[in-house]
Each structure stands twice: as C-alpha cells, then as structure tokens.
Ligand binder design. Structure first.
Ligand code: ADP
Length: 223
C-alpha cells in the first residue's frame, strides 16, 4: 500500500548551515511515527518541512504519492495539520479557537460539530469559556481540537506534552491514542521522551545532526 506521507532526500539549509540532510522515510496510513533525538538534532525543523511551513532546499515530500509542491499550500496545511510546541491560542472563547480554521476561510461554522468535538477532548461545556481561564492541559486539548476540527488526514505534533505535569501528560497521551484511530489520522510527533515514543508510536525516526540515523520499531530504536 502506498504510504500516506513519504519524504524523499529531504534537506533544509539556512545559509551554509545544513539543518536537515537527505532524510527519506515513509509513514504508512494511520500509523504513528515518533521523531526523537537530542536537543538541536533538527526534530522541529523536520516536522515543519512535512507540511511546507518551511520550504525544503532539497528533496520533497509526497502526500498520497503526490509531490506536495503540487498541492495548493492552504489545502496542504488543511490536509496536514500542525500543532506547534507552544500552540498560540487567540484571545477569545474556546469555541472561537476550535473553529479558527473555517472562520479564517470564511466558511460557515458547524457549532454542533464543535461542541461534539469539545466533549470528545473532555472539554464538554467549555465552549464559552475564555482561553485565559484554562490550565495548560486544557489549552493543549483546545489546540488539538482546533487542528482536528479541520478534518486533517495527517497530524503533526511538536512535543505535545512537554510543558505538562505527568498526570496531565497521561490524559493528553490517552486522548491522542483515542483520536488517532477515531479520525483515521496518520501522525508524526516530535518527542524527547523515549517512553512516550514507545507508548504512542508504531515507528521511530531517530535524528541526530540533521540526519536520519535509524527508522525502525520503537523497541529496535530505543534500547
Ligand atoms: P530540535 O527540535 O531537535 O531541538 P531544531 O529543529 O529546533 O532542533 O533545530 C536544529 C538546529 O537548526 C539547531 O541548531 C537550530 O539552532 C538550527 N535552526 C533551526 N531553524 C533555524 C533557522 N531558521 N535559522 C538558523 N538555524 C536554525
């Protein structure tokens, strides 16, 4: 079966500095790939290349076998959702944040779907609350819901639980493990936490110095 997402000799340099070099791997549909490696290895940079938030300086990415440069960027980013490390939520209510995508596109908002999704991320009844009143874990669930509301096919998550307490981290992990099959998502997540990679991922990409050092099952990479 064709991979959902595939990188081919993906490279990214800024000036003379090679940040990502010649990375090729394939992400099967509805699988989870964890990107691990030391700080500064290029994990976040790699993730940003996967939906063309940064422009590769070499190689490319295929989405369902189509070179992503052939897909209109707004459409691409809708199909490949991205939850940054410190997701910036807008001042306003939870519902306003969750519905940001269609509102920015000038589409009508399905409030019923927004409310159902909020229940799904354990934020039932939070729709009218101000973002400022939420805890870190609640904000992260809003950021995930905002992405899922766009009906992405692929979800990119940068350190989804890095800023959370251990018990909240577990809740967010459990939520992701439920949402991924429920919404038929294919997922790439950056984590520095090897045990999280083992819990969540089908495959692990280990990056060091901007290069792919290993791409294998979690137990083969993390020993
Ligand atoms: P990680 O996520 O693994 O900690 P990053 O992808 O954030 O690593 O960064 C990898 C390296 O690339 C770092 O040395 C960082 O300073 C550098 N880097 C990332 N983006 C840029 C940029 N736009 N300009 C210059 N250097 C960058």
């Amino acid at each position: 079966m064709e991979p959902k997402l595939e990188t081919e000799a993906l490279s990214y340099s800024v000036g003379n500095e090679a940040i990502i070099e010649d990375i090729s791997f394939a992400v099967p549909e509805q699988s989870v790939v964890a990107i691990i490696g030391p700080s500064g290895a290029g994990k976040s940079s790699l993730l940003r290349l996967l939906n063309r938030l940064d422009e590769p300086t070499g190689g490319t990415v295929y989405l369902d076998g189509v070179d992503y440069r052939e897909i209109e960027p707004q459409r691409l980013r809708r199909r490949v959702g991205y939850v940054p490390q410190e997701a910036t939520l807008r001042s306003g209510t939870v519902t306003e944040n969750v519905t940001t995508g269609p509102r920015l596109r000038g589409e009508s908002i399905d409030r019923d779907r927004a409310s159902k999704l909020l229940s799904r991320v354990d934020l039932a009844g939070y729709g009218d609350r101000a973002i400022e009143a939420l805890s870190g874990g609640e904000r992260q669930r809003v950021a995930i819901a905002r992405s899922v509301f766009n009906c992405p096919e692929v979800l990119l998550l940068d350190e989804p639980t890095a800023s959370l307490d251990a018990n909240v981290e577990q809740q967010v992990e459990a939520l992701l493990m439920d949402l991924i099959p429920e919404f038929d998502l294919t997922c790439c997540l950056v984590t520095h936490d090897h045990s999280q990679a083992q819990r969540l991922a089908d495959r692990v990409a280990r990056i060091e110095g901007g290069r792919l050092r290993q791409f294998d099952t979690p137990s083969a990479v993390i020993e």
